[in-house]
Each structure stands twice: as structure tokens, then as C-alpha cells.
Design a protein around this ligand. Structure first.
Ligand SMILES: NC(=O)c1ccc[n+]([C@@H]2O[C@H](COP(=O)([O-])OP(=O)(O)OC[C@H]3O[C@@H](n4cnc5c(N)ncnc54)[C@H](OP(=O)(O)O)[C@@H]3O)[C@@H](O)[C@H]2O)c1
Length: 357
């Protein structure tokens, strides 16, 4: 019942029942199979449920020490859980010699935990003094492969971005509340009078501070000093860490939009070197994990509806700034549950499995 196979390292998926966990289990059936035993772990609420992984029904175990029995050095545990669960349980698992790949915000700023996007700094996986590797926030992860490729070519010196974030970034609760709100407002003329969407949706805003259906919400995360949100500060800090540019000036505004899955960003990146749009497009086109769709004359540019369910970051609207030949403006979308979360964690777990092969 634990998805047992004789060869290959074991993989524990902690948080297997969540929004990211569900996508990760699908990916395990689609990618080259490097794993032996696969354990599915979640809260006691889900214990005993069965989920399909590699076409086998596998029982979900409650998160206890027993769930990791038999796992040790060479095995990997991916944590797709709230940060407080990762803080409590990752050290319990690393004490067995199992490497933890953590998807939460718990360790992203810890200098002894590498923060990794394989297309940009995959080498950093190998230096993990605490036995933990962190994967970045879904906004950072969605744009960093494109930005990293441009940085390698032109040397990034300044960054300004706005996110247009999907509801599923707030987990199952986020997408469920958006679907409920959309059903309440469907087929009505709501949105034409002040306050009428708020009245229709009522108090049911879930993890968002305002109605999301027929709306745009300029907030994500918790309040920090001087009006910044924790999410905005995280994107700034993570971008600096992954690109190894600790002093990079970064301006960021995080915005929630009524999209179920697929984050978008508008990015203005300034470089030490002058940029030419055709060459920048070639750089993006050749970048691993990036697909360029940039023909506005033909109406071709990426949207989150194209990115949802796919692995790469989709880039379009590539322009050199009108007032600065060193700055490039572009639009990028990526599936927040895939490259923003499950895919990045899976890629890291596979790199670690490869070390022991
Ligand atoms: N959604 C995204 O786009 C995204 C992107 C990047 C990073 N992340 C991060 O990834 C993590 C998972 O996100 P998600 O969107 O998948 O959240 P989610 O849909 O709310 O799922 C949370 C998962 O954690 C489990 N869990 C919750 N409390 C637990 C506990 N006390 N003990 C054991 N398991 C527990 C849940 O199990 P039950 O089902 O049993 O409750 C569920 O499997 C979070 O840290 C999130 O910030 C999410």
C-alpha cells in the first residue's frame, strides 16, 4: 500500500493531498521513473484515503515518525505543507539522513539551505549543510529561468515587476473560493455599481482580503514595514539569492487576479549592457525551461490560459524600453502549481536521486 518498488531511492511526498501534491503525483506518473518506494503523507484528516500514483492505489499515511520508517540516506522527502509543518517535521526527517526538498517559505532565507531553480542554479543543490533544499515562491519560480538567461547575457542591474497571481497559489482553499464566487456572480450584471460584487459574494472571501471574482486585489501575504507585503519582500529576496546578486534593486507589486491557475508577470529588467530586442528574443528562445511566443502582429502572446497545465515559463511582449536602451520589458506566465511548485520540487528531488544513482 505504499507504492513499493525494489530499486531506486524512496520518495516521501508530505502534503500529497494538497493543490501542489495533487499535481506532483500526476507528474510522477508522467516523468522518467527514478523512484523505488513512494510514501504519501498528509494530516491525520487524510489518513487512510487512497490516491493513484504510478497507476497504483496508494494509501495516505498520517504525518508521524512512523510514516518514515525504513527511509534513510539516499532517500528524499518532498514537503508540500504549510511552513509551520515543514519547520516542525523537516528536522525529524533529516535526522534519518533523508534529504528534504521543502516547498514552503520555512527555509527560503536560511543561509544553510540552498534555494534552487535547476535551470538557473542547479549546482547549489549539492551544498546543503542542513540536509534541506528550498524551492522558491511561485512568482519567483515562474520568471527566474527567463530572467536568469537574460542576466547571463547582459548582466542584470535593476528589476521592477508586477505579478498577476492565480487563486490556486493559495492552495485548494484559494481555487475553491474563486469557483464559488464565480458561480455567485455568473450571468449577472454585477460589477457595474459600486459595492455590488462585495454584496453578492458576502463574507466568503477565503484566503483573500476582498472578493476575487470580477475583481483585482492588490495584496498577497502579510503586512510588513512601510506598507510592503511579505510576499513582495520574499520575491525580492529570493530573486537576489538565486541570481547571486545580493544588492540588486528590486521593485515588486503583487496582485491577485481571478484566474484559477497560471501566474503572470510584467517585468522591466535593466542591464549593465545595451540590449537589442531580436537578440534578447534569441536568448529567451534558447533558454532551458522557457518558451517564447512573441508575435503581437499575429495576435500571439502567452496568457495564463496557455500556461496552465504546462511545464515551461511562457514569454512574450519583448520590447526594449522606449527611454532606456539598457532595459527590456516583457510578459511571462507559468503554471504556479507546476514550475511554480511541483515541477521545481520534482526536478530538485531528481537531481538529488541522481547523486546516489
Ligand atoms: N499553490 C501554489 O501555487 C504554491 C506555489 C508555491 C509554493 N506553495 C507552497 O506549497 C505548500 C503547499 O501548498 P498547497 O497550495 O498545496 O496547499 P494546500 O492545498 O492547502 O495543501 C496543504 C497540504 O499540506 C497538508 N497539511 C496541512 N496541515 C498539515 C499537518 N498539520 N500535518 C500534515 N500535513 C498537513 C494537507 O493535508 P490535508 O489534505 O490532510 O489537510 C495538504 O496535503 C505551501 O507551503 C505553499 O505555500 C504553493
Amino acid at each position: 500500500m505504499t507504492g513499493a518498488r525494489s530499486s531506486g531511492p524512496a520518495l516521501a511526498v508530505v502534503g500529497a493531498t494538497g493543490a501542489v501534491g495533487t499535481v506532483l503525483l500526476q507528474m510522477l506518473s508522467q516523468r522518467a521513473d527514478v523512484w523505488g518506494d513512494i510514501r504519501l503523507v498528509a494530516s491525520a484528516r487524510s489518513a487512510g484515503r487512497t490516491l493513484a500514483v504510478r497507476a497504483e492505489k496508494t494509501e495516505v499515511l498520517a504525518l508521524t515518525e512512523d510514516a518514515f520508517d525504513g527511509l534513510g540516506p539516499g532517500d528524499v522527502a518532498v514537503f508540500l505543507t504549510p511552513a509551520e509543518v515543514s519547520v516542525r517535521w523537516a528536522p525529524v526527517v533529516t535526522a534519518r539522513g533523508v534529504v528534504v526538498v521543502d516547498q514552503s517559505a520555512a527555509f527560503r532565507e536560511d543561509p544553510e539551505v540552498p534555494l534552487v531553480v535547476p535551470e538557473v542554479n542547479g549546482h547549489a543543490v549539492r551544498t546543503r549543510p542542513r540536509g534541506i533544499v528550498a524551492t522558491p515562491d511561485c512568482v519567483t519560480a515562474g520568471m527566474i529561468a527567463a530572467l536568469g538567461a537574460l542576466h547571463a547575457e547582459y548582466s542584470l542591474s535593476e528589476l521592477a515587476l508586477s505579478s498577476y497571481q492565480a487563486a490556486s497559489a493559495a492552495g485548494r482553499a484559494g481555487s475553491e473560493v474563486l469557483r464559488r464566487q464565480l458561480s455567485l456572480v455568473a450571468g449577472t450584471s454585477l460589477g457595474e455599481q459600486p459595492g455590488d460584487v462585495r454584496r453578492a459574494v458576502g463574507e466568503d472571501t477565503g484566503p483573500f482580503p476582498a472578493p476575487l471574482a470580477l475583481n483585482v486585489v492588490p495584496w498577497s501575504g502579510e503586512l510588513r514595514e512601510d506598507g510592503w507585503s511579505s510576499h513582495e519582500l520574499a520575491v525580492r529576496q529570493e530573486t537576489r539569492r538565486i541570481l547571486d546578486l545580493p544588492e540588486l534593486p528590486v521593485a515588486v507589486t503583487c496582485v491577485q487576479v481571478p484566474v484559477v491557475t497560471g501566474h503572470s508577470l510584467t517585468v522591466r529588467a535593466r542591464f549593465e549592457n545595451e540590449v537589442a530586442a531580436p537578440h534578447a528574443r534569441q536568448v529567451l528562445d534558447a533558454a532551458p525551461g522557457v518558451v517564447l511566443v512573441d508575435d503581437p502582429a499575429a495576435g500571439e502572446f502567452p496568457t495564463p490560459a496557455d500556461a496552465a497545465g504546462t511545464d515551461p515559463a511562457w514569454v512574450g511582449r519583448v520590447r526594449v524600453s522606449l527611454d532606456d536602451r539598457h532595459a527590456l520589458e516583457f510578459f511571462v506566465c507559468a503554471d504556479n502549481l507546476r514550475k511554480g511548485a511541483a515541477l521545481n520540487a520534482t526536478q530538485i528531488a531528481e537531481l538529488i536521486a541522481g547523486e546516489f544513482a
